[in-house]
Design a binder for this molecule. Structure first.
Ligand code: ZN
Length: 144
């Protein structure tokens, strides 16, 4: 009798719609549930990745360690979406944005409770854990 192989599909809990259930960075989901925002840093070249990556695109190695994303990023740009992909249509309108943390840039969503009128390019923002009504988890950008 064969024993079913156990699948680590923690990533199914990420985002409004999870496009992937299996990832090499599944610990990221546990970190979010613990209230931590984490990225990975290559121990060979020092390059930081957030969202986390398991492999360094510069060194082509997998020598990574976790770090906590702290401090503020600057709002590089943002866009208000009036139409959304399948699965996100109940969320519109919402704003997507790019933050620059210096070591890395990160793409994500502006917190739903933050009105677009309060956004200014260059403003300081933080990344925060966000629990969604459907039980999923993700991260959003808030005013610093
Ligand atoms: Zn590297």
């Amino acid at each position: 009798m064969s024993k079913a192989k156990e699948v680590d599909d923690r990533f199914r809990r990420f985002g409004t719609v999870s496009f992937t259930g299996i990832s090499k960075i599944n610990d990221f989901i546990d970190h979010l549930h613990d209230g931590r925002i984490t990225g990975t840093r290559c121990t060979d070249c020092g390059r930081a990745f957030f969202p986390p990556r398991a492999d360094c695109c510069r060194c082509r190695t997998s020598h990574m360690q976790w770090f906590d994303v702290s401090g503020t990023g600057r709002l590089v740009t943002y866009s208000r979406l009036g139409f959304a992909p399948v699965g996100f249509q109940d969320d519109v309108p919402y704003c997507i944005a790019l933050l620059d943390y210096g070591d890395f840039k990160v793409f994500g969503r502006i917190a739903a409770e933050l009105p677009e009128e309060e956004l200014t390019v260059g403003m300081k923002m933080i990344t925060a854990v966000n629990k969604l009504p459907n039980g999923q988890i993700n991260y959003v950008f808030k005013k610093a």
